[in-house]
Design a binder for this molecule. Sequence first.
Ligand code: SAM
Length: 242
Amino acid sequence: MSVADQARAWFHARMDEHQHRHRLYGRAAGKPLSRRQQGLVEDLLPKLAIPETAKAALVPGIIFGAMARQTWLEIGFGGGEHLAGQAGLHPDVGFIGAEPFIDGVAKLLTAIEERKLSNVRVRRGDARDLVAQFADQSIDRAFILFPDPWPKTRHRKRRLMQPDFVAELARVLKTGAGLRFATDWADYANRALADVLRDGRFEWTSMRADDWRSPPADHVTTRYQEKRLGDCAPVFLDFVRR
Ligand SMILES: C[S@@+](CC[C@H](N)C(=O)[O-])C[C@H]1O[C@@H](n2cnc3c(N)ncnc32)[C@H](O)[C@@H]1O
């Protein structure tokens, strides 16, 4: 095969990869942003955005430097209620949030400005691309709270929590780091629990039913949690990376 043919084959393979990779979220934009939100997206977001780096190269702690003793990650932060809430409660922790939906990002930026939070950084986009950038053992805590449930059987492959992503989380979380997964869809809770335990690198900290049935003491309520759209009461699964 000529060099040009090889290049063409490589390009088509990448395109196929790109097209076949499932988008896990629906719309990335909703109703138009207010003037204030638009201003924040234009001026504040570029200052807080996590730069795109080579795969598995970014040590997020470096972004925060001496101001943060740990780095916590929230995946799919929605309107940012939990992220901004936790960032306010823990000013000595650096927070990174990933969310593709611009309305949610704009809401988080509004909270960051109003509460004068200096310990939050943002990736507008797919959390899987962000996590792939992180160096091994570089995150102290991760939250996945009420991710899109994709309840229909044929759509389950679109769920964020899949064995491959669990393996990526295990790669980037430090030994002793916490992983919190919450959902109000029974099937998602069961499958996520099975996938995380099957990975073998996490321990489920639950000792009794109340541990997963009640919101943990350090939880901040999210918008989706309040909507109660699922088929069961909220389930909170806390794991520790071995
Ligand atoms: C059901 S909402 C929950 C939002 C928030 N965690 C809450 O509890 O209110 C799920 C969120 O995950 C986001 N999301 C979906 N796929 C994602 C991905 N691959 N990376 C980052 N966020 C994603 C969606 O845009 C949406 O905001």
